[in-house]
Design a binder for this molecule. Structure first.
Ligand SMILES: [Zn+2]
Length: 154
């Protein structure tokens, strides 16, 4: 089975910033590779899981907190008005669960709001965020995540 997410997870120690914005024992955060929208993130489990129902309770807890932490970092770094969080994992070769965490910019065209934002994924090569720009943004997001004050454990 060739799974892009698993291939990246296996080489986690050598990934560029855009593929490793953050990670913990259960999740990895990457910049979407084929989007024209800077800051479009994907949150991926560290093991091969193809449905949310397969997540453990521990992974589920992380899923909740990562979506909120990434949303805070995106708001700080990109100036987005809000974020979208969406999970399908239906594309051929991309069945590995991945939650899209998408910055909704204040000036996003009305037609691209809500599900319409997916028009910015699978972008033609010349419209994609260039790798160097993804890495630069990734580095800023990593710093924002690190500087965020941890909340006390409940
Ligand atoms: Zn996988």
């Amino acid at each position: 089975m060739d799974c892009y997410a698993c291939r990246m997870n296996r080489t986690i120690d050598t990934l560029p910033p855009r593929e490793l914005i953050a990670a913990d024992p259960h999740w990895r955060v990457a910049h979407a590779m084929d989007t024209s929208l800077p800051g479009w993130l994907v949150l991926l489990p560290r093991r091969h899981v193809t449905a949310l129902a397969e997540l453990t309770d521990q992974e589920a807890t992380g899923l909740g907190s990562w979506q909120v932490r990434l949303s805070r970092a995106l708001t700080e770094v990109t100036g987005c008005a809000k974020t979208y969080a969406v999970q399908f994992a239906e594309a051929e070769g991309f069945a590995h669960v991945h939650v899209h965490v998408v910055p909704r910019m204040p000036d996003l065209a009305p037609a691209l709001r809500g599900p319409g934002v997916f028009a910015l994924l699978n972008a033609p090569t010349e419209e994609r965020v260039p790798p160097q720009a993804m890495d630069a943004l990734a580095t800023r997001l990593t710093a924002a995540l690190r500087s965020a004050a941890p909340e006390p454990e409940a």
